[in-house]
Design a protein around this ligand. Sequence first.
Ligand SMILES: Nc1ncnc2c1ncn2[C@@H]1O[C@H](COP(=O)(O)OP(=O)(O)OP(=O)(O)O)[C@@H](O)[C@H]1O
Ligand SMILES: [Mg+2]
Length: 386
Amino acid sequence: MEDDLRKIPPVKFLLVDDKPENLLALEALLRRDGLEILQARSGVEALEILLAHEVALALLDVHMPEIDGFALAEMMRGADRTRHVPIIFVTAAAEERNRLFRGYDAGAVDFLVKPIDPRILRHKTETFFQLHRQRLELEETLRLNETFMAAVGHDLRNPLNAIVLMSEALLEKSEDPATLKIAERVRSSGRRMAGIIDDLYDLTHARRGDGIPIARVVTDALSVVRKVVSEHEPVRSGAPITIVHEGDTIGEWDAGRLAQVFSNLVANAIHHGAPGKPIEIEAKGADGELVICVKNEGVIPPDLVPVLFDPFRSGRTATSKRDGLGLGLFIVDQIVLAHGGSIVVTSNAELGTIFCVKLPKAEAPESKPSFPPRAPGATAGLDGNR
Ligand SMILES: Nc1ncnc2c1ncn2[C@@H]1O[C@H](COP(=O)(O)OP(=O)(O)OP(=O)(O)O)[C@@H](O)[C@H]1O
Ligand SMILES: [Mg+2]
């Protein structure tokens, strides 16, 4: 742990005062390990420093010629890069606390009245020092986790492929019913594990902010849906899965990703819907867009609805019937977003559960190849049920 901490860059504080002796005194009071103190003798100098450095705190003298502390604070609040930098104003008079400036709400603001009490100065600044340090540590941990996940996922794939291939070879060669049964179990567990690794990989991509990558080719969504259903039908008992369609279902989509969307929705309908009851899929093509809905009996537990599309939040709950990771709908949502589409869910006792995916048939001219992920906490469209 200590080794990790040492790799974390120093926390930077910016001191701004037109009087060099004040800067010296403040620096002497604040100096400590892990802290880099940057000094500016004017607002202009401060802005130059802020362009080059990410600072955890700015201590601004209010009285300075040309740009005073409040004017500098307004400029900082006006720029994305510095908007949230906490500010401590150093004032000569307590009344100056009452002076408001634009951007007061954007980040933490505090005051120190001269003559400065060294203990109060250290105490106030220490809090910001610790907060910034914790943020850097958290970012580093997240980065390591993502790298770890990508590396482990990658390295697991080869032995897993070998296991699945061997089980397939056994299924082909053996005639012994007991061996065939074991080989089938090994194959389906291996495939499930490969699916989990792929989901974790997609999660890492989506979380990094670059969204899930897609490659569009002319695709018939109806044939994708038919193939997905044919893969799920044999392992399902109960009423068949019906597909109805109308209009033109051809568009420019990533066929593999589309299969992932429908496979997740159909698997959810099978595993989380009322057992053995009918599942209906409806595909409607119109000018410029396609809507595909997957419907099953059974209701999504109301406590899940607000977090349905959040990763890991919806999987293992007291009410869920299967211990999936809870990544399926998050990935579905990300893929639909990457295509410029949207997903809406209706779930109530009268209608059952219906997931409807709406996809534009081609990429919008102004859009980028992939879309940023949904902001954390936000959910895709929800209907009924809330
Ligand atoms: N069609 C559905 N009918 C009823 N409940 C559903 C349906 N789809 C999803 N749910 C509920 O929403 C939860 C989240 O679904 P999601 O696909 O994200 O995760 P999961 O299926 O539990 O795990 P994973 O897909 O990662 O294997 C499910 O656990 C289930 O409780
Ligand atoms: Mg699922």
